[in-house]
Write a protein that binds this ligand. Structure first.
Ligand code: SF4
Length: 208
């Protein structure tokens, strides 16, 4: 993040997945492609071409910039649909629905922007999973809204603090493109070793 005026919508997704991954991507500027990110990027390259059209009675517009002054958010939409005066954000993802809810958070953040831009309340968004060709509805519940707003605040606090969040090994690391740079298991061993050395020194009365 070059400045902290606006939080990129995609940053919420990454922070929710892993704060250390968010820090590497948005603060340290690191990004490494793996099979999943290449497929995801290709998909987004196809989608992020400005255009509009209709699918039966549904008006569709792609690659529109979304912004919220209230929540200090900014980002590009994959697709916005409108039907009978109602708007719906649609986020495209490679693969199929995973175990984590970070994609829902991203749709909710797009909704917050779209509500501010259109003056309309939006209760539903969608995630389209390219591999399974499934369109998953996302209920924009009060809980999800609160979670998105809290995450925006956490992202800003972390950015302003300058603190690097710890890399903590979890099942999410297996699909992470930063795994070989981050080495979370090695970090865990180093931290454990440091703790053991400190407690040994304290037990034996060393002070420096
Ligand atoms: S490897 Fe794990 S700890 Fe490291 S950035 Fe990825 S998800 Fe986070």
């Amino acid at each position: 993040m070059q400045n902290t005026d606006y939080v990129p919508i995609a940053a919420l997704n990454q922070y929710s997945y892993c704060p250390h991954r968010f820090w590497r991507m948005f603060c340290a500027g690191e990004f490494v492609d793996n099979q999943y990110t290449i497929e995801g990027t290709t998909l987004h390259d196809c989608i992020h071409t400005l255009g509009e059209g209709n699918r039966e009675d549904v008006w569709q517009v792609r690659a529109v910039w979304l912004k919220s002054e209230k929540y200090k958010l900014i980002g590009k939409s994959d697709l916005i649909e409108a039907e009978n005066g109602e708007f719906f954000p649609v986020e495209y993802k490679r693969g199929k629905k995973g175990k984590w809810d970070n994609d829902e958070l991203q749709v909710c953040a797009q909704t917050l922007c779209l509500e501010e831009m259109t003056g309309k309340t939006i209760n539903t968004g969608y995630i389209y999973y390219a591999e399974s060709h499934q369109r998953q509805p996302v209920e924009i519940s009060t809980d999800l809204r609160n979670q998105a707003i809290a995450t925006i605040s956490d992202v800003l606090k972390l950015w302003e603090s300058g603190i690097v969040p710890l890399a903590i090994y979890s099942p999410r690391c297996r699909g992470c493109s930063l795994f070989s740079q981050c080495l979370p298991l090695a970090n865990e061993r180093v931290n454990k070793y440091r703790e053991e050395v400190c407690s040994h020194r304290l037990c034996h009365g060393y002070t420096d």
